[in-house]
Design a binder for this molecule. Structure first.
Ligand code: FES
Length: 56
C-alpha cells in the first residue's frame, strides 16, 4: 500500500528503512523521502514507523 503518493513510498519501504537501521521518523523521512513534499502522509508514516520500530 502506498503511504506517500508524492514520493511513491509504500508501507513496505518504511518497514525496510527501519530494518536497515532507521530509528526515528526523521530518519525514515531522510531515507525514503516520505512526508517531504505535501506532508499529508506524515501522520500515517509516523504510525507505521513507530509500529515497525516496536517490532524490531
Ligand atoms: Fe507524502 Fe505528499 S503524500 S509528501
Amino acid at each position: 500500500m502506498y503511504v506517500c503518493l508524492c514520493k511513491g513510498v509504500s508501507d513496505k519501504a518504511i518497514r525496510q528503512a527501519v530494518e536497515e537501521g532507521a530509528r526515528s521518523w526523521r530518519e525514515v523521512r531522510e531515507q525514503t523521502g516520505c512526508g517531504t513534499q505535501c506532508g499529508k502522509c506524515a501522520c500515517v508514516g509516523k504510525t507505521i514507523t513507530r509500529d515497525a520500530i516496536a517490532r524490531e
